[in-house]
Design a binder for this molecule. Structure first.
Ligand code: PLP
Length: 486
């Protein structure tokens, strides 16, 4: 098992990640009894988004807005300049964007999906096609909302759950060219590249690949948009895996990536561990095209719906993205979790990526057809037996097609997010312990069906029910094996 906590070796030879931070503010957690967990699932429609945190032990739903903030971020929040217009906090945010991301013009937005709304509203129209390495739920919902369609153009290896390819998030360049030729460049408002493709296991793209995309974009005169929400971790993996950059600084790598894109947008909830977002560019024309939409949808141009305190925290967080000791912590814990589960036979997406560990529900629940949502069922079952909340990233997270038919996901994954600097190693060991038990008892997990299905982004608010009494049987087996243990 390879681990890389800087240059620190354990005398024992043990290879485990080491925290390069200390906890100074802590939050008490509760692990409620399994009977209460079953009740909580029933109340929440077997949808982990609808659980209350009072019923959740380890919250591995997402890293969005849940990364631990640093002392410097919290300190900066205390000196925020509270002004509707012309806030100096925004000036510091602009400066950070320029110095870290290398972009002159910044439009603040309240979170990542707001950036997706502004960009789609400005450039997407009926009949538009947006090629991308892979979709993200909200990115796709905004594009389709304005009458566009997406085309996902990955290489085949991206769809192999267990693999060794270091850059499964690479855009398939041959398919990109074909897509432009087939649809006509005039129908393609932009190409979207997502750093560390969220929905297929947090897998990065290489800079070599991004350069290839840029070259094609230039040939046809098409804009390149970079979703930089998970840029820091993608850059860190470039440093580990792409030889040209093994001696480069994080700043050089990040700016090489952002320098290849015309528009960069991000969820600051992820990129800089504080709640907000942004769109940035060096192209004044592009900036002016989107600018009027900010006061309309988000707020004035110097806060964009973000509290000024968070604006300060975003600025500091952007600089901290350049700190390798900070950025490596989550991917190293993920690598430990992924490798430990794999060693014990639990099918997971490999190589370990960023954001979280992704368990292959299609294989764990091979007895559950996709029509009964194996990833949703695994998420519910795992919460039931552990109190750990993960997120379904499979067909429940997909949207129906224009005729209302189900579109089944390429992968049925349970994502266990590992937000930065939040969990300890013993908590990660608990995750491994309970997941191994569930894997050994996997035949007791059953399917789900919708009882309430909202038309848009159904995974957030949808409610499901088990197709039979499998949760009760799973609970009984847990009691048999663990007795009164929580
Ligand atoms: C890659 C990616 N893009 C966009 C978003 C949307 O950001 P937000 O949740 O801040 O709206 C996310 C959020 O998880 C994301 O992972």
């Amino acid at each position: 098992m390879s681990q890389r906590t800087g240059n620190i070796k354990f005398y024992s030879g043990e290879q485990i990640p080491l925290e390069l931070h200390k906890a100074r503010i802590v939050q008490k957690l509760h692990l409620v009894p399994i009977e209460r967990r079953l009740q909580a699932l029933r109340e929440g429609g077997f949808n982990t988004f609808k659980l209350d945190t009072k019923d959740v032990f380890l919250d591995m739903l997402t890293d969005s807005g849940t990364n631990a903030m640093s002392d410097n971020q919290l300190g900066a929040m205390m000196v925020a300049d509270d002004a509707y217009a012309g806030s100096q906090s925004f000036v510091r945010y602009q400066k950070a964007v320029k110095e870290v991301l290398g972009k002159e013009y910044l439009l603040p937005v309240h979170q990542g999906r707001a950036a997706e709304n502004i960009i789609s509203k400005t450039y997407v129209k009926k009949g538009s096609i947006v090629p991308m390495n892979y979709h993200f739920t909200t990115a796709m919902a905004h594009i389709t909302q304005y009458g566009g369609q997406i085309e996902e153009l990955l290489y085949d290896e991206a769809y192999e759950i267990s693999g060794k390819h270091p850059f499964k998030g690479n855009m398939n360049l041959e398919k990109l060219r074909e897509c432009i030729e087939k649809n006509g460049k005039e129908n393609i408002p932009y190409i979207r590249m997502e750093a560390s493709t969220n929905l297929i296991g947090g897998q990065p793209f290489s800079i070599e690949n991004l350069r290839g995309v840029r070259k094609i974009a230039d040939e046809y005169g098409i804009r390149l948009v970079l979703d930089a929400s998970l840029l820091g971790e993608n850059a860190w993996l470039v440093k580990q895996r792409e030889s040209e950059f093994s001696n480069s600084s994080m700043k050089e790598i990040i700016q090489t990536m952002t320098g290849l894109a015309d528009i960069v947008y991000f969820s600051a909830r992820k990129l800089s561990s504080a709640k907000g977002g942004g769109i940035c560019t060096n192209d004044q024309k592009v900036f002016k095209e989107m600018e009027p939409l900010i006061p309309l949808f988000e707020g004035f141009l110097t806060y964009g719906g973000i509290s000024v305190r968070e604006v300060e925290a975003i600025a500091v967080g952007l600089y901290e993205t350049l700190d390798e000791d900070m950025i490596r912590q989550s991917p190293e814990f993920i690598e430990y979790l992924v490798n430990s589960l794999e060693e014990k036979g639990v099918p997971v997406v490999t190589p370990a990526g960023v954001l979280g560990c992704h368990v292959d529900a299609m294989r764990v629940c091979s007895h559950i057809p996709q029509t009964e949502y194996p990833a949703g069922a695994l998420a519910a079952a795992f919460y039931l037996i552990s109190g750990i909340r993960g997120m379904e990233r499979g067909s429940v997270s997909n949207q129906r097609d224009e005729e209302g038919n189900e579109t089944y996901a390429d992968m049925e994954l349970l994502r266990l997010a590992v937000p930065r600097r939040v969990f300890t190693l013993s908590q990660i060991k608990f995750v491994i312990d309970r997941m191994v038990w569930l894997f050994e008892n996997r035949e007791l997990i059953g399917g789900l069906r919708f009882v309430y299905e909202p038309p848009v982004l159904r995974f957030f608010m949808g409610e499901l029910e088990p197709i039979n009494d499998w949760p009760e049987k799973l609970l009984a087996k847990f009691k048999e094996d663990f007795g009164e243990s929580l």
